[in-house]
Design a protein around this ligand. Structure first.
Ligand SMILES: [Fe+2]
Ligand SMILES: [Fe+2]
Length: 274
């Protein structure tokens, strides 16, 4: 069993496809993970199962790998605070989760942006560019920079789970570049394709961070690291200052406008007045 615990999950699932269904039963979905070289033993730790769930998951996996008499399942080392499915974020991690709330609001507006997409008028194009400005400034420069320049720096950059996050951020930036190029060329299909791509990517990315990555990183960080990270985040918040508030307003107004007068003419006149 030890041999398989030290193997990459994609390799194990390729050899024993039934294991993917077993992981699914425990809400461990490794399918969307684009790297997939996490070791089987690390996946169990990262997903923070209760000791009972962990035992039954490992027993089911062992049954698939070694059909016949039960095999001995090694006891993994447990960390403080592990086994609880209730998520309690540290103060700096809570800040990141709160920032996700605003980013998710923009992501939720993407179907409306597509529905009323108009690349022929200045106002219609500006609406997309304003949303891109939010993504570049708030989601990327403000939020992703906190993750990449501060939080992830406390960990080995070769960790597979972090590689997935860096890769997601880069894919998001590529979608944004493609949207801007599509707007310039007035190519609706390109803009729609990459708005949809961004929506799908960010929805999954935020879920992975909120539910898996942040709680796991919190369990790995020491109290002094958490304190240091919190003061570094506060420093960034101070520098970004009222810009963060301004973006909250941008999203609020976009939401109100789509809800109250969901027509292109009203959208474009609103854009004009801002
Ligand atoms: Fe991220
Ligand atoms: Fe994030």
């Amino acid at each position: 069993m030890k041999e398989y615990l030290n193997k990459g999950i994609k390799e194990v699932v390729k050899q024993f496809p039934r294991i993917a269904d077993i992981l699914d039963e425990y809400q461990i979905g490794c399918g969307p993970c684009s790297v997939g070289t996490c070791l089987l033993k690390d996946i169990v730790n990262i997903h923070n199962l209760s000791p009972e769930d962990e035992q039954s998951l490992m027993a089911k996996i062992a049954e698939v790998i070694y059909p016949g008499p039960p095999v001995k399942i090694p006891e993994p080392a447990r960390r403080q605070g592990s086994g609880s499915r209730e998520i309690k974020y540290s103060p700096p991690m809570k800040k990141l989760v709160d920032e996700h709330v605003l980013i998710k609001k923009l992501v939720a507006l993407i179907p409306k942006l597509i529905e009323y997409l108009d690349l022929e008028s200045d106002q219609g194009r500006q609406l997309i560019l304003d949303s891109i400005d939010f993504i570049r400034s708030y989601a990327d420069k403000y939020h992703h920079a906190k993750e990449e320049d501060i939080l992830f720096k406390y960990f080995d950059p070769n960790l597979d789970i972090l590689k997935v996050m860096y890769e997601d951020h880069e894919t998001g930036r590529a979608h944004v570049r493609a949207i801007v190029a599509g707007v310039e060329k007035r190519d609706k299909s390109v803009v729609i394709e990459h708005l949809n791509g961004y929506q799908e990517l960010l929805s999954g990315h935020i879920k992975k961070e909120d539910e898996i990555l942040y709680p796991w990183l919190d369990r790995e960080l020491s109290t002094s690291q958490v304190g240091e990270m919190f003061s570094k985040f506060n420093e960034i918040d101070k520098q970004f200052g009222c810009t963060a508030k301004r973006y909250e307003e941008v999203i609020k107004k976009l939401e109100e406008r789509f809800k109250i007068e969901p027509s292109l003419s009203s959208m474009t006149s609103w854009v004009k007045s801002h």
